[in-house]
Design a protein around this ligand. Structure first.
Ligand code: 13P
Length: 237
């Protein structure tokens, strides 16, 4: 990946299509991936010219009797290129485990989409290396890791305004890269992003100082001015 990737995870926001279209315009730049809720994917896709579109989740099967689920086939047809898989909110509130996450990644790859696998320690004070390694190795399984984007998101930094220290994040990035290199052929080629309380002040340091290849931005991606600044800061590096 040459240019840093900025992935905007809107989570379950905003409330209306009109708002979604307005927010999307502020992120419409090459290198940005907008991940709106399923309900707004079509409208956002039609609105933007340069940004790519991603989904926040999908099911592990392509079709069938799975009430309430969304297939990667449908997402591809809507114009998505990326799918976030295994976000900590899915793990925590919807009981997603590494086995299911691996199945989802498999079906996403089969559809020719790029999965963004979210991993991160569950608690700050444990060091969290075991969590990270397990989520990474069991999530990727025997799939080709260079086709998967890894997003390191420490739980304590998500939605808290308490971003992970840049030095600490860099240590985790080095650890993730080592696990990738040890366990997978061309593992070091997989891109690793940082997510967790990213804002316009800290965005570029995760890339410039810590060496991440992009960012996964939650709350700040819904704030028009803030997101514009993040994009400006990152792409003027
Ligand atoms: P915040 O940027 O709101 O902390 O959310 C991070 C996140 O979960 C992105 O996937």
């Amino acid at each position: 990946m040459e240019n840093p990737l900025i992935v905007a995870n809107w989570k379950m926001n905003p409330q209306t299509t009109e708002e979604a279209k307005t927010i999307a315009l502020s992120s419409d730049r090459k290198g940005v991936v907008i991940c709106p809720p399923f309900a707004f994917i079509k409208s956002v896709k039609e609105r933007v010219k340069k940004a790519e579109i991603g989904a926040q989740n999908c099911f592990s099967e392509k079709k069938g009797a799975f009430t309430g689920e969304t297939s990667p086939v449908m997402l591809k047809k809507l114009g998505c290129r990326y799918v976030i898989i295994g976000h900590s909110e899915r793990r925590e509130y919807f009981g997603e485990n590494n086995n299911l996450i691996n199945k989802k990644i498999k079906v996403v790859l089969k559809e020719g989409l790029t999965p963004i696998l979210c991993i991160g320690e569950m608690k700050k004070d444990t060091g969290g290396m075991d969590d990270i390694k397990e989520q990474l190795v069991e999530g990727v399984g025997d799939l080709q890791v260079k086709k998967i984007i890894i997003a390191y998101e420490p739980i304590f930094a998500i939605g808290t305004n308490l971003p992970c220290d840049v030095e600490e994040a860099e240590k985790k990035k080095v650890f993730i890269k080592n696990v990738l290199a040890k366990n997978y052929s061309k593992g070091e080629q997989a891109a690793v992003l940082y997510g967790g309380s990213v804002n316009s002040k800290n965005a570029s340091s995760y890339i410039k100082k810590a060496g991440f290849q992009g960012l996964l931005v939650g709350g700040a991606s819904l704030k028009i001015k803030e997101m514009k600044k993040i994009i400006e800061n990152v792409y003027s590096l």
